[in-house]
Design a protein around this ligand. Structure first.
Ligand SMILES: CC(C)(COP(=O)(O)OP(=O)(O)OC[C@H]1O[C@@H](n2cnc3c(N)ncnc32)[C@H](O)[C@@H]1OP(=O)(O)O)[C@@H](O)C(=O)NCCC(=O)NCCS
Length: 175
């Protein structure tokens, strides 16, 4: 059995100097977390990740039902943070998702941030990440963290621009 090792970074940001959430482009709107939205988050997650590098690392990302199970698991964890879990929607339906938890060290942990391909490069990823980070602040958290695959340049650039710094390099083994 051959293993491939994917390099990933754990990144952290201080939430004290957070830029404001930019207004969404015309036609897009925010959908806050509600229990009956798991399926919608899962569907947007699937569309955002199924063709991407991360679906090689996390096989459930390229399977609709796998995404649904993942989203159910995240949103029912004791550390789930509804205030930092959002959808972005537009006339065609939902096109962005972010889900968040608080980890054992009291750090707000971004679980998955995804914008569906046809809605990218309009500032939605940045707005969605900032909306989640402000959600962490609203519940009293001071730091945020996330993991990103080293070759995921758009995500890495977005995180660095919003103040995330690399704290640790990790290697994920994939068959
Ligand atoms: C990473 C991701 C969330 C970024 O979403 P996005 O909505 O495209 O991000 P933004 O539009 O906020 O910013 C991305 C780029 O678009 C540019 N941009 C923003 N508004 C723009 C506009 N109106 N016109 C043109 N470009 C624009 C930004 O400057 C930025 O450019 P750069 O990174 O090339 O310098 C998205 O690519 C994605 O969902 N990827 C797949 C899932 C994934 O890998 N998620 C991260 C897991 S860790």
């Amino acid at each position: 059995m051959a293993l491939t090792y994917f390099k990933r970074f754990r990144m952290e940001a201080d939430l004290s100097q957070l830029p404001a959430v930019p207004p969404l482009p015309e036609g897009y709107f925010w959908v806050p977390w509600a229990e009956d939205l798991v399926a919608l988050h899962a569907d947007v997650h699937y569309q955002a990740f199924c063709q991407e590098l991360d679906s090689a690392l996390f096989p459930c990302f390229s399977d609709r039902y796998g995404c649904h199970l993942l989203l159910q698991e995240i949103t029912s964890r004791p550390g789930f943070v509804p205030e930092a879990t959002w959808l972005i929607a537009c006339g065609e339906g939902c096109c962005g998702t972010v889900q968040s938890i608080v980890d054992g060290q009291g750090c707000g942990s971004i679980q998955n941030l995804g914008i569906t391909p046809e809605h990218r490069r309009r500032g939605l990823g940045k707005a969605l990440l900032l909306q989640a980070l402000h959600g962490f602040k609203a519940v009293g958290l001071q730091r945020a963290c996330l993991e990103v695959t080293a070759d995921n340049e758009p995500a890495l650039r977005l995180y660095q621009r919003l103040g995330f710094r690399k704290m640790k390099t990790l290697y994920k083994a994939v068959e």
